[in-house]
Every structure is written in structure tokens, then in C-alpha cells.
Design a protein around this ligand. Sequence first.
Ligand SMILES: C[S@@+](CC[C@H](N)C(=O)[O-])C[C@H]1O[C@@H](n2cnc3c(N)ncnc32)[C@H](O)[C@@H]1O
Length: 504
Amino acid sequence: MAKPNQRTEFGDFQTPQPLADAVCRLLRRRGTKPASVVEPTCGQGSLLLSALEQFDTLDAAVGLDVNPDHLASVQQQLASRADGRKVRLVHADFFATDWAAMLADLPEPLLVIGNPPWVTNAQLGSLGSKNLPVKSNFQKHAGLDALTGKSNFDISEWMLIRLMESLDGRRGTLAMLCKTAVARKLLLHAWKHDFPLGAAAIYGMDAELHFGASVEACLLVCEFRPGCRQQTAGVYETLDARNSVSELGWRVGRVVANVEALDRWSHLVRGEPDEDYVWRSGVKHDCAAAMELRLADGRWRNKLGESVDIEPAYVFPMLKSSAVAAGRTEHPASGMIVTQFAVNAPTDVIRVTAPKTWAYLLAHAQLLDGRRSSIYRNRPRFSVFGVGEYTFAPYKVAISGFYKRLSFEVVGSYQDKPVVFDDTVNFLACRSKREAELLAGLLNSEPAAEFLSAFVFWDSKRPITVDVLRRLDLQQLAGHFGRTGELEQFGFRKQRRAAQKSLF
Ligand SMILES: C[S@@+](CC[C@H](N)C(=O)[O-])C[C@H]1O[C@@H](n2cnc3c(N)ncnc32)[C@H](O)[C@@H]1O
């Protein structure tokens, strides 16, 4: 048994035989009849062996792994099988393998099956591992624009894109156990780059049960059919499910969770940017210990348990995601120190305007100056992000980005101060209660819920993002309910610009 770090480094969590069998049974049920099978990181070969067992159409099989001990164990199991001679085992590094050449001589239809390591490059970095694509290769790789610019990515995403590229132009099936988020990124990549895909599907799989991993995982199946350009994928709850629960697809330049719902409400897709209502996120400070306060016995306390005595000028009532999600928005019991009223505004004025607050910030400078995110570099000391006129609007319509519910709340000022949110809350700024109530009413309607849920992947860490919310055209939504006039009444920016234009 490999050491724990080594196990993580190589994603060495072998697929249990019952799961491997269930995967091959499912593929057979789908009509897969491979002439050859390839398992690119075959480990101890449970999928390879299961494929030999279940597909009597096979002429050739290849298993590749970086670990010679695993290959020896596969060899041992093959020794007792008559069809063992069909199998070629290759000791090699995935990243150094020319996959198109590897597949070139194999008869079609191909089945490329497997379970690549689930580790991320950040985890590998912290282990000091070199089990990564060669950097120069990685950056030059044509099909990898989905990955560039990202600080963290799943190694399997890189591997599976390589395999997809080598299947381009071939007839076959790619069937891979992977994180569901990775499966979606692969579909995005394939659809965006017009890969010749036929049917595709995502089958839910219990990663906790099979691998002890608490992550959403699935079997991704993609049929490669030269000349085909199918851009949808059925979503099945389990490997045994016969009926899909929804259909993912490629729409409006992204992978959407439910094409049917989106097609029904396609007139609500926003084309132009909305100048009146821009979705924002709450304030980002990356220092809850010092910047977030709680009221206890009429005094502020910070998360370090210290009593905090500072001027009220920079302290705002705060609602966290959990309170917004639960609809507990009336009486915020927390506060946030907001050091700026606009991004990059000077902070040293606090020394003069609120000396006790400045002293407090200095007393916690170690925490604040030590914030790791690069966004705080070369900024005024004690800076925060996500601040602007909108932060201090008297009314907001807010939704938690974290919780698995589409529920929009009207949030008014508290004790004459605007309420601020943590950065996991998304909101629209409003100038009056009437405006906020109109917007919340529209957003909590059935059409809006259906439309938004077409974009939301509930298994994501933060399912409801500003990017998703911005897709909904509020004018069109108001039009659906015959309330365009009411909404336009509040459309102050457009009106202001129109008024300015008419002056010249
Ligand atoms: C999640 S396990 C899966 C093993 C096997 N596919 C299965 O389903 O049981 C990942 C496998 O990838 C192999 N592996 C990790 N990095 C590799 C690399 N760079 N090249 C080839 N194989 C690698 C590991 O040795 C391990 O056997």
C-alpha cells in the first residue's frame, strides 16, 4: 500500500470491482460494442478486466500506468485468462505518452475507459509533486484555453482533454469516472471546440461509498462519431437509472443545466448589459477575525473574542449568507468594518476621521497586512473589495450564493445605516422599498425560478453566481407580467442619460 501522500499524488484510489462491473454493464446496456479497449491509468485494472469479461466483441486491449507494481498485479490476473493475450500492458507516464499514436492502430469502435487521478495541481504543488503535465506543453496546448489563466485545475481535466483530442476523428466511446464538475468542463470544451460528439451522458455515482471521497462524482460517457455535432448530454441520477432527469446542453456560450427549461424561457435571456440593475457581490475583506463583529451585551466583539470600541462611522450592519438564505434579514446582529466607500479610496483618512478605528486596524495589522490574496497588494492599507455606491444603497434585493434555494430577499437599511453583506451574497442595489419589492416579486416568480435553475448547477460550491443572475433580462421578465412601465419608472440611469442627451 502506497503512503498517504503518494496515494494522493497519484490519485491512487483503485476502482472497486463491483463499480467497474456496473460501469461496463451500463455501457453494454447503452449499446457499446467495442473492438478495442484502452485504460489510460489502469492501476490494478478493474475496469480493464471487467471490459474483457463483458464485451465479447473485443479484439485488443491496452492498459497503461505509471506504477509497475500495479501492472504486475494486472499481469498476474491476466495469466489465468484465455483472453489475457489480447491485452498489452504499458509502463509509461500519461503525460509523456502520444495518445493519438497509441490509439492509431487499434480497431474501431474504441472504448477508452478509466478513472484518472482526482487530484488538483494545487494539491500536487503542496506535496512538491512532479506528476503534472510538462509546463511548456501545457501552455502551448491548443485545446487548453479552458484551463489557462486558472490557478487551480484538476489533473484529470487536462488528461481527459488530451484523450478527447486523440479520439477526434475516431469512432468510439470515452467513459470516465471523474468529478461531476470536471465532466461539465469537458463537455464545455468538447462543445465549444466542435468535437464530433454523438450522444453524451452523465451518470451520478456515490463517491463517498466507493472511494470515501465527499465530492460529487459521475461516470461521463461521450460517444465520438465523425460528422456528428450533438450538443446535449442526458443527466442520470445513478448508474442504474434508465431515465434521465434533465438534459445539459450548450446554449448562449456556456453549458446549461437544463436546456428544456432554458428553451422555454429563451426570451428572458439578456442580450445587452443591463445599465440599471447590475448584480453585485458583498464586501470582500478576507479577514473575518478582525473585520466582522457581533453584538454582545450592547458592545461589539470581534471573532477573536476581543471587545471592540470604535467609532460607528466605518461599522455597518452586516448580513451573512446564512441569514439571507434563511430570510432572517430584519435585525442584523453583526457588523462589518468597511474601510472604504469605493475601491482604491485612500484609507489613511481614517486616522483623522475615526482615530479609534485606525488604532484598532493598526492593532490587527498583522492579520490584515498578512492577507494572502494578491488583490490586496499595492492597494491602500486595510483595503476591502466589492465596495461602491451600490454597497451603501438603502435597499437591496439579495440572494445567498451558497444555499441551494432560489429565494430573493428585500433588505432595507437598519438603524439608518445601509446593510452590507459578506462576499457570498449577491444583490441588486435599489433606492426605495417599492423598487426592491417590485424586483424581488419578479425574481421570486415561477418564470424567473425556472429560467435561473436552467443555469444553476446545484452541486457546485457556489451555485448562484453573479454571472448566472446577470443572464436574466429583468425588463423582459417585467414585460411577461405586464409591469414594464413600473420597472422603467425606476430605471434612473437610462433616464438620466436620456435627459443629458436632450440638453446637447
Ligand atoms: C484513481 S486510480 C484509478 C486506477 C484504475 N484506473 C481504476 O479505475 O481502478 C489512478 C491511477 O492513475 C495512475 N497514475 C497516476 N499518475 C499517472 C501518470 N502520470 N501516468 C500514468 N498513470 C498514472 C495511478 O498509478 C493509479 O493507478
